[in-house]
Design a protein around this ligand. Structure first.
Ligand SMILES: [Zn+2]
Length: 420
């Protein structure tokens, strides 16, 4: 088993050791790795993410440690970059861990102890798991819901513990002793000796992670989103450096939004709400205006079009209106009362065609005189490789994107087919 220097001191960032074993790259693992006699590198475990850093082999290069893993046999495996030249077993090394990264992890991890204890103290909500991601952390609480007031309450209590700068101590006890102490969390029975982390007069739990020496070093604890998950409720939070970084990022985003509205930060939600309302009204006004325009254009087109064989044929290509308007126009033309066939197109990208006719029942026209719009559209489009279809009375389609096909020519072709 590797001796773990971080058990006794979370502040040991530099250490000397000896290479005990090396792991050469294999088919399953492309990175070489080393195992040391003792190490200050923390391996990923208990929700806390591993350290990174450097190993300097005497008389040789510095090796980057990219990942640290706790193997099942109790050895700590330091993974190096794929190109690293492995030192021989027995070589002396000097280890340096990335102190900023470690401190940030200790803030999150100790913050989690405080927060979990606060949720127990105030609301009797036990923590079932802890997760540390790149830019946030989360705990899962065994409860179906956490109210916004409880989020604020737990955050307030956790920060009180931070501000009181309570000592955080490590001690070792036997399992039998630990059972009498009433720990917040007792690990599964594996070892006889347990490592306890005590936040003075507030929390006592068994943990193998790295922690700050006093609660003030956590910095501050900010709770963010909470959501329902399978095993309860997940609460996201950030501490210390991470809290400052995220608050800075949020502030920058909110400031940009506020500048766009020429508003104060806290007025942004109201401005957005107002913007939504305004755009809803404008969209309604635009739809109404287009409907009226289509109606008037349909009436004008029908008025100027003579009736032949008991029906009118309206042919219209729009160069400046989209297919949605073409469809609206075709509907107005075919529902105005006179049996009508509308052959309509929009040249606006993507160009499209609408073929519609007044349904036989409502027009009172003889069904035999009707043309099948779906079939007509398919026939016209097949000559140019377009796609579309529809029913007997209404069909819609498009010509291939980017083609030079003139929709006017397709309308003339369709009109010619009906007319003949
Ligand atoms: Zn811990």
């Amino acid at each position: 088993m590797t001796k773990r220097l971080y058990y006794d001191s979370s502040d040991t960032h530099e250490f000397d050791s000896v290479v005990e074993d090396v792991v050469r790259p294999s088919a399953e693992q492309s990175r070489p790795a080393v195992i040391l006699r003792e190490t200050a590198f923390y391996p990923t475990s208990g929700g806390q993410v591993h350290d990174t850093g450097w190993l300097t082999v005497e008389g040789a290069e510095r090796l980057r440690v990219g990942e640290v893993v706790d193997a099942e046999d109790g050895r700590i495996v330091h993974y190096l970059e794929p190109t690293a030249k492995l030192p021989p077993a027995g070589a002396s090394v000097h280890g340096s861990i990335d102190a900023d990264r470690r401190r940030e992890h200790m803030q999150q991890h100790t913050g989690q102890h405080v927060l979990s204890a606060a949720f127990i103290e105030l609301y009797q909500m036990p923590t079932v798991s802890f997760h540390m991601a790149d830019d946030y952390c989360s705990i899962d609480l065994a409860t179906p819901a956490v109210s916004p007031a409880q989020i604020v309450g737990a955050e307030k209590r956790a920060n009180e513990i931070v501000f009181e700068n309570r000592p955080v101590r490590v001690r070792y006890v036997s399992r039998a002793e630990a059972e009498k102490l009433g720990l917040r969390k007792l690990p599964p029975a594996e070892r006889d000796e347990l490592r306890l982390i005590e936040i003075a007069d507030f929390d006592l739990s068994a943990c193998g992670g790295t922690h700050v020496g006093a609660s003030g070093q956590i910095g501050s604890i900010i709770l963010r989103k909470s959501e329902r998950v399978r095993q309860g409720t997940r609460v996201e939070f950030v501490c210390g450096d991470r809290a400052v970084r995220l608050a800075r990022r949020d502030y920058t985003a909110l400031s940009e939004a506020a500048a766009l509205f020429s508003a104060k930060l806290w007025d942004v939600p109201e401005q957005i709400r107002k913007g939504f309302e305004d755009s809803k009204v404008l969209r309604k006004q635009k739809d109404d205006a287009l409907d009226e325009l289509a109606e008037l254009m349909a009436l004008a087109a029908l008025h100027s079009q003579p009736e032949t064989n008991g029906r009118k044929i309206v042919v219209r290509a729009f160069s400046d209106r989209d297919i949605g308007f073409a469809k609206l126009f075709a509907q107005k033309v075919t529902r105005a009362g006179t049996p009508t066939i509308a052959l309509v197109a929009s040249a606006v990208d993507p160009p499209g065609l609408i073929f519609a006719q007044t349904p036989a029942q409502t027009s009172g026209g003889a069904p035999g005189s009707a043309t099948d719009m779906g079939a007509l559209l398919k026939q016209v489009l097949s000559s140019v490789g377009g796609r579309g279809g529809g029913s007997r009375d209404f069909a819609q389609g498009g010509v291939p994107a980017g083609s030079n096909i003139k929709v006017e020519r397709l309308l003339q072709q369709a009109a010619g087919t009906i007319g003949s």
